[in-house]
Write a protein that binds this ligand. Structure first.
Ligand code: AMP
Length: 468
C-alpha cells in the first residue's frame, strides 16, 4: 500500500540505513564515503527485492536516486559471484537513451563500486569505437550503453551479450520518444532469456507499459511519485509574454541573485545557441548544450556548469537528459514544450537530491495550448506571475533565418497553438490569473529584488564575457 509520499510501506524495513537493505559492506562503505547517509524511498523499496532476484518495474523520475537503486544490487551480486575467466563476458547491461545519461550512470557505478573488483565500460556514439572495442576485448562485467552504438558493435560481432545476467532499461519513456524501440528490441533479442530485468520510466504511457509487459517477468512494482505528477518541492510559475520579449524577461530573471544555477530550455538547437549568445552579451555566463555539439563540448559545458563557472546551461530536451547536477536552483522554460511529459522531465532537473527548486515558464500567446495540456497532465494550475515591463525600443531585432527549415506559421505549436491563443490583449507584462493562485513579486524565488535591478542584465551588456 502506498503512503502519501508514494512509498510502498509493506516494503520498508524498520531501519532505513544501507546496512538494513542487505547490501555488501564494501558497497555500504562507498556510499558513506559519498555522503549518502540514508537510502531514498526508491532505494528502500527496490534494493531488497532486486537482491532477492525479482524483476522490477520502477516508475521514478531522475533525482529520486534510481541509479543507485538498480546499480547497488547488481554490484552486490557481481561481487558475490565473481567469475574467474580470462575472456570476461559482460554480465550486466544498462541501456540509457543519451550518452550524457550513460556517462552519469557509469560515473555513479564507479563511485558505488569503488571498493569491489569489477570492470565496466561505456558504449555510446559520437566518439570513435576503437577504445570501446579495446575495452570489450580486455573483458568487462558491466556495460552502460546507448542503444545505437551498442547494436552496431553487436552486429559487427565485437560485443557479445549472451552472458548478460542483469539487464536495466533506464528512462524507457524517453527511449521510446527518441525512436529507439526497434534498437532496444533487437538488443533484447540477443540477451539470454534467463536474466533479471529492471525497467525504469518516469511516465507510463501505454507504449511503455506494453514494452514493460514484454520484458518483465512477474515484476515487483515500485513507484515513488504518482504517474506524471511533478515534484512537490518545486515552486512552479509562468510569465505571459510575447515571444520577442522573452530574451529580456530571461535576462531579468537570471540577473537575480536568487538564481544561483539555472537550466534554460529551448525547443530547438538554433534557439539554444541564440539565447546563450544573448545571455553572454548581457553579462550572464552560459553555454548551450544540444545534439549538434560535440561530445567534448557537451562535457566541457556540463563540467563548467557543475563547477559553478557558468550560471546557466541553455539546453534542448534531449541534451538535458542525464544532466545530473544537484544544485540547480532554477529551471526556466524559454519555450514551453509541445509534449507535456517533457515539462515534467525538464522541471525535474531542479529540486534534486532532497533540495527545493523553482521552475519558471515564459509563455507566449501561441503557447497557451501547451500550458493548458501541461496543467492537465500535472493536475495543477501553475501560478501566474508578472514579468518586467518591456519597452519596444529594448526588444532585440528578430532572429535571422538560418539554413534550418522555416517554422510553421502560428509559432511552434502550429495551428493548434495559435487557435488556442488569445488575441493581442494578453501580451506584454499583463498577468491574468484566471482564478489561479498569483504571487505578487518575484518569479525567481523567495527573495525580493532591490528596486531597479530589473535592468541589471542590460546595464551589464558592455562587460559581456564571450562565453558562447
Ligand atoms: P538519480 O535519481 O539516480 O539521478 O539520483 C539523483 C541524485 O541523488 C544523484 O546526484 C545521486 O548522487 C544522489 N543520491 C542518490 N541516492 C542518494 C542517497 N541515498 N543519499 C543522498 N544522495 C543520493
Amino acid at each position: 500500500m502506498l503512503n502519501p509520499n508514494g512509498v510502498d510501506e509493506s516494503n520498508i524495513l524498520d531501519s532505513t540505513n544501507f546496512d538494513a537493505l542487505g547490501l555488501n559492506q564494501s558497497l555500504v562503505r562507498a556510499l558513506l564515503e559519498a555522503g549518502y547517509t540514508e537510502p531514498t524511498p526508491i532505494q528502500v523499496q527496490a534494493i531488497p527485492k532486486v537482491i532477492e532476484g525479482h524483476d522490477l518495474l520502477g516508475i521514478a523520475q531522475t533525482g529520486t536516486g534510481k541509479t543507485a537503486a538498480f546499480s547497488l544490487p547488481i554490484l552486490h551480486h557481481l561481487n558475490a559471484k565473481q567469475v574467474e575467466s580470462k575472456a570476461r563476458h559482460p554480465r550486466a547491461l544498462i541501456l540509457a537513451p543519451t550518452r550524457e545519461l550513460a556517462i552519469q550512470i557509469a560515473d555513479s557505478i564507479k563511485l558505488y563500486g569503488s571498493h569491489i573488483a569489477f570492470k565496466q565500460t561505456s558504449i555510446f556514439g559520437g566518439v570513435g569505437q576503437n577504445p570501446q572495442v579495446a575495452a570489450l576485448k580486455r573483458g568487462v562485467d558491466v556495460i552502460v550503453a546507448t542503444p545505437g552504438r551498442l547494436l552496431d558493435l553487436v552486429n559487427q560481432g565485437l560485443c557479445h551479450l549472451g552472458h548478460i545476467e542483469y539487464f536495466v532499461l533506464d528512462e524507457a519513456d524517453r527511449m521510446l520518444d527518441m525512436g529507439f524501440i526497434h534498437d532496444v528490441k533487437k538488443i533484447v533479442a540477443k540477451l539470454p532469456r534467463k536474466r533479471q530485468t529492471l525497467f525504469f520510466s518516469a511516465t507510463m504511457p501505454k507504449s511503455v507499459s506494453a514494452l514493460a509487459g514484454d520484458l518483465l517477468h512477474k515484476p515487483v512494482n515500485v513507484s515513488v511519485t504518482a504517474q506524471a505528477t511533478t515534484v512537490d518541492r518545486i515552486d512552479q510559475s509562468v510569465i505571459f509574454t510575447p515571444q520577442n520579449h522573452k530574451q529580456l524577461q530571461l535576462i531579468h530573471l537570471l540577473s537575480d541573485e536568487a538564481v544561483t544555477s539555472a537550466i534554460v530550455f529551448t525547443r530547438t538547437k538554433h534557439r539554444a545557441n541564440r539565447v546563450s549568445l544573448a545571455l553572454s552579451k548581457a553579462g550572464i555566463s552560459s553555454e548551450p548544450i544540444h545534439g549538434n555539439k560535440s561530445q567534448g563540448a557537451r562535457q566541457r559545458a556540463l563540467g563548467a556548469f557543475k563547477a559553478g563557472e557558468i550560471k546557466a546551461l541553455v539546453a534542448t530536451d534531449i541534451a538535458a537528459r542525464g544532466i545530473d547536477v544537484d544544485a540547480v536552483s532554477h529551471v526556466i522554460n524559454f519555450e514551453l514544450p509541445n509534449v507535456s511529459e517533457d515539462y515534467v522531465h525538464r522541471i525535474g532537473r531542479t529540486a534534486r537530491a532532497g533540495a527545493s527548486g523553482n521552475a519558471i515558464s515564459l509563455c507566449a500567446p501561441d503557447e497557451r495550448a501547451f500550458l493548458k495540456s501541461i496543467e492537465k497532465l500535472i493536475k495543477l494550475s501553475i501560478s501566474v506571475v508578472k514579468g518586467i515591463e518591456v519597452r519596444d525600443e529594448d526588444v532585440p531585432p528578430p532572429e535571422p533565418r538560418g539554413p534550418r527549415p522555416p517554422r510553421r506559421s502560428g509559432g511552434p505549436g502550429g495551428g493548434r497553438g495559435s487557435r488556442g491563443a488569445k488575441p493581442s490583449g494578453e501580451q506584454g507584462g499583463r498577468h491574468k490569473s484566471g482564478g489561479q493562485k498569483r504571487r505578487p513579486a518575484s518569479a525567481v524565488g523567495q527573495k525580493q529584488r532591490p528596486a531597479g535591478s530589473g535592468n541589471a542584465g542590460r546595464r551589464r551588456r558592455s562587460q559581456a564575457p564571450k562565453t558562447a
